[in-house]
Design a protein around this ligand. Structure first.
Ligand SMILES: [Zn+2]
Length: 317
């Protein structure tokens, strides 16, 4: 499941709060109407005494009693609605209040999650991903080959196919991807395409630029709050996909780097996918991170090379 237990419980709590809030709204409306119009309270009393007066007849099994009671109650219900309309309210003003009429704010229809619940999960996943705004602009639907020079088109199309197959096989196997190429060759764009497609199918995705990720690691490692580091790592270990953008642009720190690579190992062992983009080529990766670390990346990641000029400059010219 893409949600952690804590996230699931937080959504359930939102539903409970919604129910309480809407019950209060209804109670306040009822008491306002009763206070302002005592004759409305008379109609309510009439419904109660009507049911009471039928009790004996129902117990005795009198033929037609149930039907007669339901007709009488329906007529009183109609009178109440007419009364509300006459006083300038809507006919359903005193009906139970729901934000989602389908599930009556329970989040479930039978044992199945309601559409509003699914929508809330996806909202939460977007928020958690650190990417919410970007993904509306950068996704498989907005992908275009228009500004690409002809000579790099085949490689780029191949990378797009890899990205699509990464998404379609995501639930079947753990794959790690490394988009490698110079600045502006579409690596981040493709990783965003993958992120959106996965979040829209309720997978949890967390995006970090390498700079931010290493800073956050360092802040937690050297900070006093060990619990914060634990929680942070817990999210990073267990989320369905972690994207690390621009590896190699972070400040060099061998201590944080070793932390980072033990994080990669941990995800590998948990069978969780990771996606990395980098401007470094294999030689530079090797120079920057030890050979041991580099060979681990090469061994566990599918390398997808993106070459060519900066697409952003091609668009401008
Ligand atoms: Zn619903």
């Amino acid at each position: 499941m893409a949600l952690t237990n804590a996230q699931y419980e937080s959504i359930i709590r939102e539903y409970e709060e919604k129910q309480i809030k809407n019950r209060h709204i209804l109670e306040n409306r009822l008491s306002d109407i009763r206070n302002a119009y005592p004759e409305y309270a008379d109609l309510e009393d009439a419904s109660a005494s009507l049911s009471l007066s039928f009790t004996r007849r129902l117990i005795d099994g009198e033929e037609g009693a149930r039907q007669a009671l339901s007709e009488a109650l329906e007529s009183l219900r109609q009178k109440k609605k007419d009364f509300l309309l006459e006083k300038g309210f809507s006919a359903d003003y005193l009906d139970p209040v729901f934000e989602c009429a389908d599930c009556r704010d329970t989040g479930y229809i039978g044992r199945k999650k309601c559409r509003c619940f699914e929508k809330r999960i996806i909202e939460l996943l977007y928020h958690q991903s650190n990417l919410s705004g970007t993904l509306m602009l950068e996704n498989f639907d907005t992908l275009s080959y228009e500004y690409l020079p002809k000579d790099i088109l085949p490689d780029y199309k191949k990378a797009v196919e890899t990205a699509k197959s990464f998404v379609s096989s995501f639930d079947e196997c753990c794959r790690n991807l490394l988009f490698m190429g110079t600045v502006g060759t579409g690596k981040t764009f493709l990783s965003n395409c993958i992120a959106k497609a996965l979040i829209d199918t309720s997978h949890s995705v967390i995006y970090f630029s390498a700079v931010d990720l290493f800073d956050t690691f360092a802040g937690h490692i050297f900070g006093k709050d060990k619990k914060a580091l634990e929680n942070f790592c817990d999210d990073l270990y267990h989320c369905d996909l972690v994207i690390i953008d621009d590896l190699g642009t972070e400040l060099e720190s061998s201590f944080v780097t070793s932390y980072f690579f033990s994080f990669l190992n941990e995800r590998q062992q948990l069978g969780k996918s990771t996606l990395i983009t980098t401007n470094l080529d294999l030689k530079n990766l090797n120079d920057r991170y030890s050979e041991r670390i580099c060979s681990r990346i090469i061994g566990n990641f599918e390398i997808c090379l993106l070459t060519g000029p900066d697409i952003r400059i091609c668009k401008k010219t």
